[in-house]
Design a protein around this ligand. Structure first.
Ligand code: S3P
Length: 189
């Protein structure tokens, strides 16, 4: 697997509210890379906001759209990709992303995630009676796949500029070294 990798992009995975888009935009600016947000790509393709896609077509349909976008991403270079929280929790998606990207997972605790997303109504999976419990259970379910990222960065213990700096640091480390000889790049909690 590692020998087939050609790292020309950075992909940020992780749960809702961990800062993927804010971090991704800043990293792209620093590196002079293009920035892509997979949720935005899907919204443009379908012509509807994510919440409408869920309510009109259901989650399964949305997951298929995510898998389609993942295929398209493999053609990109010099791009920072911020993904929707469920995209990088799918092993097949993750394996595809790893062929062209350094995959970095941003991490935060359920309590911090809730504080960050609570005032936002646009996340259909959290429109339930007990959203904190939903965050806990989804996070526990997704954790085994998230942990397969090349790098884990805890975004609740760091400021936004510190997370951005960590992402840039890890990317430079990998692209300046002989990546093909490495199986695992390292982890940072
Ligand atoms: C989802 C996360 C959302 C969006 C959709 C589903 C998830 O993206 O893709 O609401 O399954 O965790 P963000 O992580 O950008 O909020």
């Amino acid at each position: 697997m590692a020998s087939k990798r050609k790292i020309s992009n950075i992909t940020l995975i992780g749960f809702m509210g961990t800062g993927k888009s804010s971090v991704g935009r800043r990293v792209a600016k620093i590196l002079g890379f293009r920035f892509i947000d997979t949720d935005q790509e899907i919204e443009v393709r379908v012509g509807k906001p994510i919440a409408r896609i869920f309510s009109d077509h259901g989650e399964e349909y949305f997951r298929k759209l995510e898998a389609d976008v993942v295929q398209h991403l493999s053609k990109l270079e010099n791009t920072v990709i911020a993904t929707g929280g469920g995209l990088g929790a799918n092993l097949k998606n993750l394996e595809s992303l790893k062929t062209h990207s350094l995959v970095i997972c941003l991490w935060a605790s359920p309590k911090t995630i809730w504080e960050r997303v609570r005032h936002n109504q646009n996340r259909p999976l959290l429109q339930v009676a007990d959203p904190i419990e939903k965050i806990r259970s989804l996070l526990a379910e997704r954790k085994p796949v998230y942990k397969k990222a090349d790098v884990m960065i805890n975004s609740e213990l760091r400021t936004l500029p510190q997370v951005v700096q960590q992402v840039v640091y890890h990317f430079k480390l990998v692209t300046n070294s002989d990546f093909s000889k490495q199986n695992k790049i390292g982890s940072q909690n």
